[in-house]
Design a protein around this ligand. Structure first.
Ligand SMILES: Cc1ncc(C[n+]2csc(CCOP(=O)(O)OP(=O)(O)O)c2C)c(N)n1
Length: 336
């Protein structure tokens, strides 16, 4: 590889941690609003996956492609989504970029490289593979495309077809697998038979990177390496991070199937708390300062939610149901 990969600095770490904190507090708010009956549709949280998710979103550049999945609230914020637009989408505000039409997680800004997810597991891999091929055919260079998936999604045909095609074409695709031990209630022992998911990289002929999903430092450095390698022409890179989903599949799921041994194991630790420990132990900030950041974040998110709850909802009989891709909506969307 031509250029040296810079190590993660204190400032990189703190910037990523602040986004993790925002994401965590925002998701706690979303869970509360869901329980209070104020959110229609499902709420799927990324609690425990923030370190991995932020490490993808924050290290991509303008012009890159990011295709997040349901547990990537943190990566979305890191890639430029806002708390305001997130709350507008969940609360069905007509002023949000999805104009109150979305089922909470399919939001995106395709023209900024921020793709709206397709729910069918694995489908974003061929979508990003195709987009990268299109960019190559247009002569664009130096662009990478990253997409996230759970270990359950790696069992689909779309995962196989997309990754195989990207490997054959040597496209700059980064597939980030959050191995959170359960696909809904299906444990890993019923999901795949290889020893480690990362072994799949050998079969596809792509680069492989293993990360400790509970460690922000390790996730940042691993994703930095993977993104750099893909950008420099190394072809697709498979990143697998081991961690534990710290909540149910969605807020409707009580997670009664969780094996308590996993919760007590090393992968059961909370990446937000581990990042805070790292900051305090290195003497970068005190526990009091971190507590103040959390209070400020909570105040800001509560105020934004109160504002959004006063905004109008779409009126189904009055709404223009034309696609959001129409030029007039595109303009509004770009301005929001
Ligand atoms: C092709 C396909 N099959 C089934 C589903 C239903 N489904 C939605 S999420 C989910 C579990 C996903 O597990 P995993 O990929 O491990 O991601 P996690 O939810 O653990 O983050 C399933 C089975 C789907 N969306 N797409």
């Amino acid at each position: 590889m031509s250029k040296k990969i810079a190590p993660v600095t204190q400032s990189d770490f703190i910037k990523a941690y602040r986004l993790m904190l925002t994401s965590r507090v925002l998701e706690e708010k979303l869970a509360g609003l869901y329980r209070a009956g104020m959110i229609k549709g499902g709420v799927f949280l990324g609690r425990g996956q923030e370190a991995l998710s932020v490490s993808v979103g924050i290290q991509l550049r303008r012009g890159d492609i990011f295709a997040p999945l349901i547990r990537d609230q943190c990566g979305r914020l890191a890639f430029g989504d806002s708390v305001l637009d997130t709350l507008r989408t969940y609360l069905g505000s007509q002023l949000g970029s999805m104009r109150g039409r979305d089922g909470n997680i399919h939001r995106g800004r395709p023209r900024d490289g921020y793709y709206a997810m397709i729910s069918h597991l694995g489908a974003m891999i061929p979508a990003v593979t195709g987009a990268l091929l299109a960019r190559r055919l247009k002569g664009e260079q130096g662009v990478v495309g990253a997409t996230c998936i759970g270990e359950g999604g790696t069992s689909t045909g779309a995962f196989h077809e997309g990754l195989n095609a990207a490997a054959v074409e040597k496209l700059p695709l980064i597939v980030v697998v959050a191995n959170n031990q359960y696909a809904y209630s299906t444990p890993n022992s019923r999901q795949y038979a290889c020893t480690d998911l990362i072994d799949k990289a050998i079969g596809y002929g792509v680069g492989s990177h293993k990360a400790d999903g509970t460690s922000l430092l390790d996730c940042l450095q691993t994703l930095r390496n993977a993104i750099h390698t893909a950008r420099e022409g190394g072809g697709p890179q498979l990143v697998v991070a081991d961690l534990l989903r710290l909540v149910g599949h969605g807020e409707h799921d009580d997670f009664a199937y969780l094996d308590p041994k996993l919760k007590k194991s090393a992968i059961g630790s909370d990446c937000v708390l581990s990042a805070e420990k790292h900051i305090i132990e290195n003497g970068w900030h005190t526990a009091e300062e971190l507590a103040a950041w959390r209070r400020e974040t909570e105040e800001e998110i509560n105020a934004t939610a109160d504002r959004v709850r006063r905004e109008p909802s779409p009126d189904p009989s009055e709404d223009d149901w034309a696609a959001l891709s129409r030029p007039e909506y595109r303009e509004q969307y770009a301005a929001s």
